[in-house]
Design a protein around this ligand. Structure first.
Ligand SMILES: [Zn+2]
Length: 82
């Protein structure tokens, strides 16, 4: 999917494996970009992904803050200059 290739209908249609490249939402060809960013049929999954990314970013930020609190101040200062 990251490379723009995947088992989308647009991709399979190029190789005549499916009759139509159109997405099930009927808003155009079913491409990787449409599935990730636009297809209304996947809005719930997109929202779950956004939430899990948000939670993970907060968890990492919190862990980063905790680890920097454990480093003594003089070492933190030296670390900032590198
Ligand atoms: Zn769609």
């Amino acid at each position: 999917m990251v490379t723009g290739h995947g088992m989308t209908k647009a991709y399979l249609h190029r190789f005549k494996i499916t009759h139509s490249p159109e997405c099930v939402c009927a808003n155009g060809d079913q491409t990787v970009d449409r599935l990730i960013f636009d297809c209304p049929k996947l809005e719930k999954e997109r929202e779950k992904l956004r939430n899990s990314i948000y939670i993970e970013r907060r968890r990492l930020a919190s862990a980063e803050m905790r680890s920097s609190e454990q480093i003594p101040k003089p070492i933190q200062t030296v670390y900032k200059f590198h």
